[in-house]
Design a protein around this ligand. Structure first.
Ligand code: HEC
Length: 117
């Protein structure tokens, strides 16, 4: 009985550590997004102020950290990609909460990618 009393909290702690590690999504970097698939978006992003400021506002700042969705079989399945953290169409709030707290215009969302202007 004594052993069980000791082991249970240890086991619970271990589970929490494993869960928090596996839940963590990491960034992979804009260059990797370009290399895997998104050369057009990358080249057009390079021409924007988002690429010039420090720290850079890059793909994953808006679309979510890519470690879990970047693999092709996930990226090509919209539901799986979303579940793995991809924000395909970033919402206005993601612009206005941190950065564009004033002066945000609706058309800025559509104009975010130079190649679509
Ligand atoms: C400042 C935020 C922001 C950044 C930085 C950003 N995106 Fe986007 N992206 C958006 C928004 C918002 C949309 C949806 C635009 C629309 O509705 O027309 C979008 C759309 C897209 C799409 C949909 C298809 C297309 O071409 O529009 C792809 C793919 C994409 N982004 C990839 C990328 C990649 C790759 C990077 C980095 C090189 C990147 N994005 C950087 C906000 C961003």
């Amino acid at each position: 009985m004594k052993k069980v009393n000791l082991l249970l909290p240890l086991f619970s702690a271990l589970c929490l550590v494993v869960l928090s590690i596996s839940a963590e999504q990491a960034t992979i970097g804009a260059e990797k997004c370009a290399r895997i698939c998104h050369k057009i978006q990358y080249d057009s992003w390079l021409k924007t102020r988002h690429a010039a400021v420090s720290p850079k506002v890059d793909c994953e700042s808006c679309h979510g950290k890519g470690s879990d969705y970047a693999r092709l079989h996930i990226m090509t399945d919209p539901d799986a990609a979303k579940a793995a953290g991809l924000v395909a169409k970033p919402a206005k709030a993601s612009c206005t909460e941190k950065c564009h707290t004033t002066g945000f215009k609706e058309e800025m969302i559509k104009a975010v990618h130079e190649h679509k202007k």
